[in-house]
Design a protein around this ligand. Structure first.
Ligand SMILES: Cc1cc2nc3c(=O)[nH]c(=O)nc-3n(C[C@H](O)[C@H](O)[C@H](O)COP(=O)(O)OP(=O)(O)OC[C@H]3O[C@@H](n4cnc5c(N)ncnc54)[C@H](O)[C@@H]3O)c2cc1C
Length: 490
């Protein structure tokens, strides 16, 4: 029986693990953290559960290869309830609120009532969101292994998406926002993602929600990761947690196995490297092996930016139905990392009553952080006291702004945890603290990196970093593709 060593028990690594076990391979996953899941995780504080990943899981709607993959690895399926998101998010400016509802016709009406002079653009946006509902992540086989018929089938299934790309594919978020005259509509679009990012991403993300294909499995992110880990073990896989891999051991054009931090060598016929790709070619393999498509993206920082978050969780004494979903509101200026913000978000987890003790609720804020912010935190964190002090100071100010917006929270809210881009680097070896991969800007070419490595025959890459802009479906697809290549070789 052929043996496969998998580095990292994130969604990519575990997906590869389940599929290889099912195909009769003997696999072991080596994970540096105490729990599997990687970025798809959550943790407890003061009796509350901080869910830190799934805002929406693309592929919750039946009828796609991706949905079947989620079922196959145990993420979705029998016994897994799915919470249907009622809204994407809402934005508030000068006392007016605009909500992007699951029901896009309700959004259309709300937008038209808000700004009749934007009628043409509003109707166009909502019509194209409907077309974007057909978008899916192809997971059948690696793109470089697809033949003409595969591409034709894919083209047919994405026909509607082609129209979206034709109309919105050459503009960025800022340009999309400026198509509207009403300041709240402009703001709402920019609230969603940074101005330089491609506009179609807004339509695709919102279309995932309106199309019922981006809901949230009950129990949240860690529960989903634990289900996949459970499936992996049920199929005979061996998961080693608290086990850091130090190197991939090469002998000429082949890897012989891996070296663990504690000095143990593990032999393997194949190695699947399912962790951050920057870390992979800095720590586990010589840099010369980095695929050229990846290197290009790491080198062109303006074209392929990455982002992270300064995040905090608040415990609230009471249940307040006024705060539901994700809401963005204007606030007194606040410096977070190296830049200043005038708005912030608050997200409620009221759809999961078990995340907070009875009669209480948990809220979170996430301030988007750029690579410049990452440098700020990286520098600051060389002085542990100053780093902790700054986190506390920003958290206090952020909470003040939440109370200003929702005065009924006065005396009933306190911060239970604060984490920064540095947390992601420490926890997952994440490049610049990023928890998604490269974001395509308007100037950038969309790049998919093959999971093979030129010059090494039996090491496969499986990570969200192989395809922008990452996320859980990409991680699962890349894990599947690594398994597919190994199985194909026999
Ligand atoms: C706040 C937040 C919100 C998000 N929201 C969404 C969302 O709504 N929808 C969505 O689709 N995606 C979302 N994501 C992104 C999603 O979590 C990631 O895309 C996905 O989990 C990445 O999976 P991965 O397997 O590629 O990488 P990772 O999760 O990084 O897994 C890599 C694993 O390798 C391990 N590792 C690294 N180095 C070593 C070593 N030397 N030895 C052993 N193990 C090692 C790491 O500890 C980690 O467990 C979100 C992420 C965050 C943090």
């Amino acid at each position: 029986m052929k043996k496969v060593a998998i580095i990292g028990a994130g969604i990519a690594g575990m997906t590869a693990g389940v599929l290889l076990q099912k195909a009769g391979y003997q696999t072991e996953i080596f994970e540096k953290n105490p729990v599997p899941g990687g970025q798809c995780t959550g943790w407890r504080r003061e009796g509350y559960f901080i869910d830190n990943c799934i805002h929406w899981l693309t592929g919750t709607r039946e009828g796609s290869g991706l949905h079947e993959l989620w079922k196959e690895i145990g993420a979705l399926g029998e016994g897994v309830e799915v919470y249907e998101k009622e809204m994407f998010f809402s934005s508030k400016l000068n006392g007016e609120v605009l909500t992007f509802w699951r029901d896009k016709e309700k959004t259309r009406k709300e937008m038209l009532a808000l700004s009749p002079e934007d009628e043409k653009e509003i109707n166009k946006l909502i019509d194209y969101v409907e077309l974007a509902e057909t978008m899916t992540v192809p997971v059948e086989k690696p793109f470089d292994a697809m033949n003409l018929i595969d591409f034709m089938k894919l083209g047919m299934s994405m026909k509607a998406m082609g129209k979206v790309m034709k109309e919105y594919g050459k503009m960025d978020i800022k340009e999309l926002a400026l198509r509207f005259k009403h300041p709240l509509i402009q703001r709402a679009i920019i609230d969603y993602m940074p101005a330089g990012y491609q506009a179609y991403a807004f339509l695709v993300s919102y279309g995932t929600v309106t199309g019922g294909n981006g809901d949230i499995p009950k129990g949240g992110s860690l529960a989903m990761a634990m289900r996949i880990a459970g499936k992996y073990k049920e199929k005979g896989g061996v998961l080693h947690t608290n086990t850091t891999v130090e190197k991939i051991l090469l002998n000429g054009k082949k890897a012989e196995g891996i070296l663990l931090k504690d000095g143990i060598k593990v032999e393997a016929d194949y190695v699947v490297c399912a962790c951050d790709t920057d870390y992979t070619f800095r720590a586990l393999l010589p840099d010369i092996y980095m695929p050229k498509q990846l290197r290009l993206q790491y080198e062109e920082r303006e074209k392929y930016p990455v982002s992270s978050g300064f995040q905090l969780a608040y415990a609230v004494d009471g249940n307040f139905s006024q705060i539901t979903g994700t809401r963005v509101f204007s606030c007194k200026e606040l410096q977070v990392g190296s830049h200043k913000v005038q708005s912030m978000s608050i997200q409620s987890y009221d759809y999961e009553p078990d995340f907070a003790p009875e009669g209480k609720m948990i809220l979170q804020s996430n301030f988007s952080q750029t690579e410049e912010d990452y440098t700020y935190w990286e520098t600051l964190c060389s002085d542990k006291t100053a780093y902790e002090q700054k986190k506390k100071e920003i958290a206090g100010k952020a909470m003040e702004r939440v109370v200003t917006e929702y005065p009924f929270l006065e005396g009933k809210i306190h911060v239970i945890d604060v984490w920064t881009p540095i947390t992601y680097t420490r926890y997952c070896n994440a490049y610049k603290g990023a928890y998604m991969s490269f974001v395509n800007t308007k100037q950038a070419k969309s790049i998919t990196v093959p999971g093979t490595i030129k010059g090494i025959d039996n090491v496969l890459l499986a990570s969200q970093w192989l395809m922008g802009s990452g996320g859980l479906p990409t991680a699962a697809a890349m894990g599947k593709f690594a398994a597919w290549r190994i199985i194909k070789e026999g």
